[in-house]
Design a protein around this ligand. Sequence first.
Ligand SMILES: Nc1ncnc2c1ncn2[C@@H]1O[C@H](COP(=O)(O)OP(=O)(O)O)[C@@H](O)[C@H]1O
Ligand SMILES: CC(C)(COP(=O)(O)O)[C@@H](O)C(=O)NCCC(=O)O
Ligand SMILES: [K+]
Length: 242
Amino acid sequence: MILLIDAGNTRIKWGIVRDGQWLAEGALRHDQLDQLHALAAAHVGIRRVFGSNVAGLRTAAGIAEALGDSAPAPQWLHSSAECCGVRNAYDTPAQLGSDRWAALIGARALQPAACLVVNAGTATTVDVLDAAGTFQGGIILPGEHLMRRSLARDTAQLPLADGHYAAAPRNTADAITSGCRNAQAGAVERMFRQIAREPLSRCLLSGGGADALAELLDVPFSRVDNLVLKGLAVVATGTAAT
Ligand SMILES: Nc1ncnc2c1ncn2[C@@H]1O[C@H](COP(=O)(O)OP(=O)(O)O)[C@@H](O)[C@H]1O
Ligand SMILES: CC(C)(COP(=O)(O)O)[C@@H](O)C(=O)NCCC(=O)O
Ligand SMILES: [K+]
């Protein structure tokens, strides 16, 4: 049994796999890390803890401390030039966020064709994976919530809006929500042009903001829950868990 952890800037996602099957999955806020101990203790036989952490050294230390003696010490994925059939063309491969790297590896295992790997979290990342399995590059933009928060923080008149999406918004809250969501969808649709002509090409959409984004997208896509965890399972076990 393996405990997999995807520590992002907003939430810590976790999953437990045994013999290629998911036994349980969930998510914690950063102030709920202490729950990890009970979680690990409830699954007797965890032989490895493997994760991606883009939330800083304090989070890594907090996770290790919270697990305590309930599980082995966590090991963390580092982005590299090649892993599980995926090649990393980043100028400095190790600089790529390990969550992006895990998601690319998970995507390749799910879909052996050109694909756009979209992770809509605190930040939104949109990464181009070609048909040969090479990560060609990708973009980072603020996620929808972060966009909305930045408008509230750095303008005099704009509130922290929780409006509805509209094609032609007629009030401030809807204008902000729709603008930020259009920015997300527009970025994905523009990046998709790079692979649109490839056979069977599509987007794989994951992350806390994926459902909102999916409602708007005008390109072929599949929703995949916890793609980062799925990629971590591939790295840890050599195959995709189901
Ligand atoms: N209903 C929603 N609509 C749009 N975005 C959402 C929604 N719910 C959550 N999110 C986004 O999902 C993020 C949290 O998702 P998650 O994938 O766990 O992020 P991270 O990996 O950065 O911790 C939030 O910061 C927010 O941007
Ligand atoms: C882009 C990210 C902030 C996304 O983090 P998240 O929104 O999932 O919390 C993270 O992948 C990161 O810190 N990357 C390092 C820089 C890079 O990938 O180039
Ligand atoms: K992300």
